[in-house]
Ligand binder design. Structure first.
Ligand code: G3H
Ligand code: ZN
Length: 278
């Protein structure tokens, strides 16, 4: 299968009542592992890469790897730009063949956030791609960016924000935390309020550590996509770390890389299965 357009992927998820995991990649190994995990589970989802990680794997390279990784897939998989930090990154990813885009201008004042998202949405819509925008600030460590201050999404601003940005899916801050935070307090009543006033489906960032029961509950209130980064990165890194702890002369890159692919794939499969159990 080819990479699937983001609008079609969301339609598919709605039709079959799936919540879509978006798994963060950094490199070739993680990209193959994510595709493998989704294919083994036979469930749809996204391979996604953040602007930050494009320093190592540029948009064309990661798009080529992702296209190859999904070619035997019988389940729909998209390639998403995560936390797009600039209009240049948005354009580069659209041009490279990404199938959906996030523009993250949530650190900016409201009007500037609206302006940046609107600009990205106009560009992406011209190419038939959906755009995810973020309203509110999510606490924790997202790549190099540490955000101590949480600012939950204000439901009173949602309808206006969605209308004026033209975004197709909305990332919210409802107690979700970036990084390896176990059992963060997800404010389900707030999510329910946001869902009432949002005409687009919702996204939870910071999926690592959120209990499955909370995700199943969130599905009742517009959740269509949940992002997982740290859980997969931990699997990848610990594969090499454990081998080094056992043998400081370890230098078998190919076997450890293949083992890392297996471990990341198993984690992706476990997570996509878990969130879709109910
Ligand atoms: O955008 C990426 C995610 O929100 C990942 O969050 O590392 O807490 O799973 P996480
Ligand atoms: Zn995130």
């Amino acid at each position: 299968m080819k990479l699937v357009n983001g609008f079609d992927l969301m339609e598919y998820a709605k039709k079959y009542h799936h919540v879509l995991p978006a798994f963060n990649t950094t490199n070739l190994e993680m990209t193959y592992a994510i595709a493998d995990g989704l294919m083994k589970a036979n469930l749809p989802g996204y391979i996604q890469i953040s602007s930050n990680n494009l320093r190592l794997s540029n948009p064309q390279i990661i798009a080529l790897i992702a296209q190859d990784a999904v070619k035997k897939s019988e389940t729909p998989i998209g390639l998403h730009l995560d936390h797009g930090k600039s209009f240049e990154d948005v354009k580069a990813c659209v041009d490279a063949g990404f199938t959906s885009i996030m523009i993250d201008a949530s650190h900016l004042p409201f009007e500037e956030n609206v302006r940046e998202c609107r600009r990205a949405a106009e560009y992406c819509h011209f190419y038939g791609l959906p755009v995810e925008a973020e309203l509110g600030a999510i606490r924790g460590k997202e790549e190099d960016v540490v955000n101590e201050a949480e600012s939950k999404t204000d439901p009173d601003m949602v309808a206006d924000f969605v209308e004026r940005t033209g975004c197709d899916v909305l990332a919210v801050s409802v107690g979700n935390v970036h990084g390896l935070c176990l059992n963060p307090h997800i404010d389900i009543p707030l999510l329910a309020k946001i869902n009432q006033v949002s005409k687009v489906p919702l996204v939870l960032h910071g999926g690592s550590g959120i209990p499955k029961e909370v995700i199943w509950e969130a599905k009742k209130y517009g959740l269509i996509k949940i992002n997982y980064g740290s859980d997969l990165r931990k699997e990848f890194i610990s594969t090499f770390g454990k081998a080094y702890e056992q043998n400081h002369n370890e230098h078998d890159v190919i076997h450890l890389s293949l083992e890392a692919v297996n471990n990341v794939s198993a984690k992706a499969m476990e997570l996509v299965t878990m969130i879709n159990e109910h």
